[in-house]
Design a protein around this ligand. Structure first.
Ligand code: ADP
Ligand code: MG
Length: 239
């Protein structure tokens, strides 16, 4: 699998949300898309998931333009939306059929996927009783229904309490053994734990494509990073 983002630009009226952004992603990688609020992460993630159209540029998967209809890329929105009065299993059955998977295949696959995300024991609970972490795990289950080679995740742990955050980070650690991941976050330490490579975006523009080792070796560049605690190496906010 090879994903190529080629010179993607997106404007909202006169606001340039993503500006001539390019990057590549290959099988087995887990890449953090890091940037402060308003940097353009969600816009870019939605363009990759084909939820939004780019004004310029293109997203190419294995040489072909991506298309939501083919569901080649799993998408985890920042706040996954479920039918609150339906159970976890009913939600997956319903959403899966809406996205074109047969009921027969869903009935076969859902138990395995629920086990993978650690929700087997909760499958008959209504989603309205779920914690934030459980909803994110169900969102990951939904993104996995089409068995995509790549999942894009938009701030999957940013809004969670410490317990939910731990659950979801542990799950992502498991998922990344089988699936390529692009994970957006404004909190560097979230990505630091699970990603090897970091693409840093600011004002819609890519400003870095680097590794943690490389970042640590040149943490004296205060233009980009601010050190807050020794543990955090740098900051958690781009200046
Ligand atoms: P991030 O996810 O990094 O916080 P976003 O991609 O949500 O950033 O937003 C990038 C910029 O585009 C911000 O300035 C934001 O206000 C603007 N923006 C995002 N979506 C819209 C929209 N639907 N309409 C107008 N402006 C938007
Ligand atoms: Mg966002």
């Amino acid at each position: 699998m090879k994903l190529e983002i080629r010179n993607v630009t997106k404007r909202f009226k006169d606001k340039m949300a993503v500006n001539q952004f390019s990057m590549e992603l290959e099988t087995g990688q887990c890449v953090g898309l890091i940037g402060p609020n308003g940097a353009g992460k969600s816009t870019l993630i939605k363009i990759i998931a084909d939820i939004l159209n780019a004004d310029e540029g293109e997203v190419v998967l294995d040489g072909k333009r991506i298309s939501k209809m083919k569901r080649e890329i799993g998408y985890l929105p920042q706040f996954p939306n479920f039918f609150q009065w339906m159970t976890a299993r009913e939600n997956l059955l319903f959403m899966g059929q809406l996205s074109g998977i047969s009921k027969k295949r869903l009935i076969e696959d859902i138990p395995t996927i629920l086990t993978k995300v650690g929700l087997t024991g909760e499958q008959n609970r209504k989603v309205r009783t779920f914690s934030g972490g459980m909803k994110q795990r169900l969102g990951i289950a939904q993104a996995l229904l089409h068995k995509p080679a790549l999942i894009v995740m938009d701030e999957p742990v940013s809004a969670l309490d410490p317990i939910g955050r731990r659950e979801v980070l542990n799950l992502i650690q498991e998922i990344k053994k089988e699936t390529t991941i692009l994970l957006s976050t404004h909190i560097l330490s979230d990505a630091e734990e699970i990603c090897e490579r970091f693409v840093i975006i600011k004002n819609g523009t890519k400003i870095e494509d680097t590794t943690m080792t490389e970042l640590i070796s040149r943490n004296h560049e205060p233009v980009v990073y601010v050190k807050i605690t020794p543990k955090d190496h740098f900051w958690t906010q781009l200046v």
